[in-house]
Design a protein around this ligand. Structure first.
Ligand code: GTP
Length: 346
C-alpha cells in the first residue's frame, strides 16, 4: 500500500517563510518536516511514496530524488496548476494502489497508521478520516458522527457552543481507489469542502477515527513556533539531532560555545555553530547549522534556519529567521519573521 503526501500548496499563511519554498520543506527542529514525515512513515512500514507537488515542486524533487537515499521509493505527481487537496489526489491516480494512505504534508503528527488501517478494514468504508480532538474547534471543520463512527456531517468553523463535537479532520486518510470516481478531473477540487461532503451525501461509507499522539498543523507562524516549543519540551517526540548536554540542551557537531556564553534550556543548536562571549541563548531557541552568534547577543524564543548570523549585541525575541540571514550589530528585533528576497537552497 502506498502513501500519498500532499505537498503542493502555496503555504500563504506561513509567508514570508514560504515565499520561495513549499511549506512542508520548512525546517522543524533543523530538518525539513517532509523528511521527518518520510522517515516516520518508513518506520511504520511504508516504502512506496507518491508526492503530490506543484508550488516550488523542483525543490522537493531535488531534495528527495527517487528516495533511495532514505531507502524508499518516491514518485512525483506534478500538477501544472494547483488542483486543490482532492484534485491533487485525482491527479496522482495512476500511481496509487487499490487502497492508499493520504497525508497532508504540513501537519506535524506522530499518528499510528496501523491502528487507522485496522479500523478502516473493520468498517469497510471507502474512506476513513483520521480525527484529532482540539480544545477550541471554532477555527476548523468539525465532525459529527453516528454511533457506528460513520461521519454524518461537517460543520465548517462553528461557534464554540454550536460545535457538534471537538473532533476535527486531522488531514490523514485511508482511501479506497474507488472513491476517486467522486472527484472530477482537470479542475480544482477541495477534499474538505467538496469530496467528503459528496461522499457523505451519497452514503458511500466515510468513517472517522481519533488518532493518538502529537498533532499540530504548521499552517501559521504561531503554530510553527508552537511546534518548536513542543519539540524542545519533548511534548512532540520527533528525533532531535545533536548530543544532549545537560537537560534540554542539544548541540550538534563542531559547534563552539565561547566561555562565558550561556545556554538556557531548552535549546537546540545545529552543527558548526559559533556562539560568542557573553551571549545568552535560550530559553526556547533553535539555531540551524552554521549559525554565528556574536558577542553579547540575547536570543530567546527564536528559530533560525541554517547559515544565519547575529552580530554583536543583537537582541532577538520571538523571531523566525529564514536561511542565511544576517542581523547587524545592536539591532533589537521582537516577533520578526524574515526571509530573503530570492530563493535559497539550504
Ligand atoms: P495556505 O495557503 O496557507 O492555506 O496553505 P496550503 O494551501 O499550502 O495548505 P493547506 O493547509 O490548505 O493544505 C493542506 C496540505 O495540502 C498542505 O500540505 C498543502 O501543501 C497541500 N495542498 C493544498 N492544496 C494543494 C494542491 O492544490 N495541490 C497539492 N499537490 N497539494 C496541495
Amino acid at each position: 500500500m502506498n502513501a500519498l503526501l500532499l505537498a503542493g500548496g502555496m503555504g500563504t499563511r506561513l509567508r514570508p517563510l514560504t515565499d520561495h519554498m513549499p511549506k512542508p520543506m520548512a525546517l522543524v527542529g533543523n530538518r525539513p518536516w517532509l523528511e521527518h514525515l518520510v522517515l516516520q512513515l518508513k518506520n511504520q512500514g511504508f516504502s512506496d511514496f507518491v508526492m503530490a507537488v506543484q508550488y516550488y515542486s523542483e525543490q522537493i524533487r531535488n531534495y528527495f530524488g527517487d528516495g533511495s537515499k532514505w531507502g524508499v521509493r518516491i514518485r512525483y505527481a506534478v500538477e501544472h496548476t494547483l488542483r486543490g487537496t482532492a484534485g491533487a489526489i485525482k491527479n496522482a491516480e495512476p500511481y496509487l494502489d487499490d487502497r492508499f494512505v493520504v497525508v497532508n504534508a504540513d501537519i506535524v503528527q506522530e499518528a499510528d497508521l496501523a491502528d487507522l488501517l485496522e479500523f478502516h478494514r473493520m468498517r469497510g468504508g471507502l474512506v476513513t478520516i483520521g480525527l484529532t480532538e482540539v480544545e477550541d474547534p471554532s477555527h476548523y471543520g468539525v465532525i459529527e458522527q453516528d454511533g457506528e463512527d460513520r461521519i454524518i456531517r461537517f460543520v465548517e468553523k462553528p461557534r464554540r457552543d454550536e460545535a457538534p463535537s471537538n473532533r476535527i479532520n486531522a488531514g490523514i486518510y485511508v482511501m479506497e481507489k474507488q472513491s476517486l470516481q467522486y472527484i472530477p478531473d482537470h479542475r480544482e477540487v477541495s477534499i474538505e469542502r467538496e469530496t467528503f461532503p459528496l461522499l457523505i451525501k451519497e452514503n458511500a461509507g466515510v468513517y472517522g477515527k481519533v488518532i493518538s499522539g502529537y498533532w499540530m498543523d504548521m499552517g501559521t507562524k504561531e503554530r510553527y513556533r508552537a511546534i518548536h516549543w513542543d519539540l524542545l519540551n519533548r511534548v512532540c517526540r520527533l528525533p532531535l539531532d545533536g548530543e544532549e548536554r545537560g537537560s534540554g540542551i542539544w548541540i550538534g557537531d563542531r559547534s563552539e560555545i565561547a566561555p562565558g556564553a550561556l545556554l538556557i534550556p531548552p535549546v537546540l543548536i545545529g552543527n558548526g555553530c559559533k556562539i560568542g562571549e557573553r551571549s545568552i541563548v535560550g530559553p526556547f531557541a533553535v539555531l540551524g547549522d552554521n549559525c554565528e552568534i556574536g558577542k553579547g547577543v540575547r536570543c530567546s524564543e527564536t528559530i533560525m534556519w541554517d547559515n544565519c548570523t547575529a552580530h554583536d549585541a543583537v537582541h532577538l525575541n520571538n523571531c523566525i529567521l529564514g536561511y542565511g540571514l544576517e542581523v547587524g550589530s545592536r539591532q533589537i528585533m521582537h516577533e520578526a519573521v524574515m526571509n530573503r528576497m530570492e530563493a535559497k537552497e539550504a
